[in-house]
Design a protein around this ligand. Sequence first.
Ligand code: PGA
Length: 250
Amino acid sequence: MARRKYVVGNWKMHGLAADLAEVRAIADGARAFPEVDVALCLPVILIERAVRAVPDFPIGAQDVHFAEKGAHTGNVSAAMLRDAGATLTIVGHSERRQDQRESDEEVRSKAEAGLAAGLSVILCVGESLDIREAGHAVETVQAQLDASLPRAETGVPARLAIAYEPIWAIGTGEVASPADISEMHSALRERLVAAYGDGGNEVRIQYGGSVNASNAAEIFAADNVDGALVGGASLTSEKFLPIVEAAARV
Ligand code: PGA
């Protein structure tokens, strides 16, 4: 099945009003590659301004709370993200699984809340270096996916994507080999099909972890890779657009 490539930037805790110029440059540049779905996940406080700056370009969040509303000081609901103009959100990024101690169960609730509110959701999974070196990466990440995937009863999976991000490759300059990425993505595809039947073939699986202009083409050419979730190299149009272009050329 042919799935459109999906390249998403995750700005993490970077970006002030002055950086909206980069958002504009990325949105403008991405128009040259209509065959690739491109989006930026920004700090929540920039979302509304970015949506105003680039109304035709998908802007997303990096997290969402699982509750519709209520006494959750400091959190943001899916309805609030939609209200601000966001069309997608990341959930379960390893930095949140670590820093905020988010469990698989919580990540599942967040993914379901995002989908229920009409957002697209990128659900992140990935193993630590210890687990990779011990030879347990595939079964560990499969189990993590099983435990954090939205349940099939809630609809799925048209607006769902998975990002496989080995923790040891995030922000380190180290990249998983194309063979390891393909192996993991096909193992995750099996779990998606087990969960959703044929619909599981429609869910895109991105790779994330030190993707940049020099390694993107090789990663996109690997089997079962439907795109990338990009951190550091998504902060400027100069670094990010060549990655989008690489996705267009596969
Ligand atoms: P990186 O981050 O591209 O800076 O390694 C990727 C991510 O955490 O999504």
